[in-house]
Design a binder for this molecule. Sequence first.
Ligand SMILES: Cc1cc2nc3c(=O)[nH]c(=O)nc-3n(C[C@H](O)[C@H](O)[C@H](O)COP(=O)(O)O)c2cc1C
Length: 167
Amino acid sequence: MKRVTPREAFDRFKPESCVFVISVEPNGRPSGMIAGWNMKCSYEPPLFAVALSRSGYTHRLIRQSKEFVVAVPNKGLQSAVECFGATHGNEVDKFKETALATLPAKHIRSPLIRDATLNFECTLEREVEAGDHWLFIGRILAAYWNEGKKVLLNMKKVDGKRVFEEF
Ligand SMILES: Cc1cc2nc3c(=O)[nH]c(=O)nc-3n(C[C@H](O)[C@H](O)[C@H](O)COP(=O)(O)O)c2cc1C
């Protein structure tokens, strides 16, 4: 077995699911990003965790609003995944740019993504400093399923470009 750096090992730990993490600015404008570092972490209470880089914008919104939506994409949302995962919400209005259809959430101000396979409405339960990322643990207040839709996975990179497939 070959010894590699932790980063090289992380890069080879694929396929990886990826989710939209959506929150809101104080004026109600939604923004968000993609997080491959995501996990369910408790049934009771229902909790979901995402690791967000210190260099991004979305973590600032979550810290302020104390809420976020986690939305699980499918192949139909791949171009939005590419935009949300490569641009910054303080520079680009990603919802406008992608014309991504939303639905109002029941308990929070962050919108759901209408055509996502799953949506989770979360309030911020805890924030943990984790090296160069912040771990946000959300308490799920409501979950939604679009029956029949599949889940998009980040398979690998080819020539620096991510390859996605759905299952
Ligand atoms: C498939 C994929 C997975 C990603 N996973 C993460 C992640 O887990 N954590 C993170 O901080 N950024 C991750 N990113 C990068 C962010 O989505 C990206 O930096 C985004 O532009 C941040 O947006 P923001 O500055 O508006 O918050 C991922 C991007 C892609 C395309």
